[in-house]
Design a protein around this ligand. Structure first.
Ligand code: SME
Length: 156
């Protein structure tokens, strides 16, 4: 496909609905995980302009920073630590409306105000997490969870 993204200006749900087929087209036929994660983070960044969009992959029992868009970030996170390590330990999506109210939040950036983390699961095993940070409070809800989990399934 042409590598130009069509950006939607509709509701959040319409934006996801227009973006997901484009993400599918971007990753179809490409088997390299890093290449696909890089393009997915870029596509979401272009469409939504969140503060940070990226992936951590489990390597030797830790989450290690993978492809992302946004400011520099922490490179390693232990299981059960922070929002990312908690989503890994619990095996479920975590929405944090206010990072200051999440006691173990790891502040890679002082600008982050809210966050969503989705575990990436393949063959029943978690192999990483998808992490998105917003500079505004209460950015993420069930709509984000639904469509971001759909995006994660495309690469699982
Ligand atoms: N805030 C995350 C750390 C990763 S950065 O947000 C990119 C956490 O608490 O796990």
């Amino acid at each position: 496909m042409a590598e130009d993204l069509i950006i939607s200006t509709g509701t959040k749900e319409e934006r996801y609905k227009e973006l997901i087929p484009q993400i599918k087209a971007l990753i179809t036929g490409e088997s390299d995980l890093i290449a696909n994660l890089a393009n997915i983070s870029a596509a979401l960044n272009e469409q939504f302009g969140w503060m940070w969009v990226g992936f951590y992959l489990i390597k030797d029992g830790e989450l290690v920073l993978g492809p992302f868009q946004g400011p520099v970030a922490c490179t390693r996170i232990k299981k059960g630590r922070g929002v990312c390590g908690t989503a890994w330990a619990e095996g479920k999506t975590i929405i944090v409306p206010d990072v200051e109210a999440f006691s173990d939040h790891i502040a890679c950036s002082s600008i982050s105000r809210s966050e969503i983390v989705i575990p990436m699961i393949s063959g029943g095993e978690i192999f990483g997490v998808f992490d998105i940070d917003s500079s505004e409070l209460d950015t993420f809800d069930g709509i984000d969870q639904k469509y971001l989990e759909e995006i994660v399934k495309l690469i699982s």
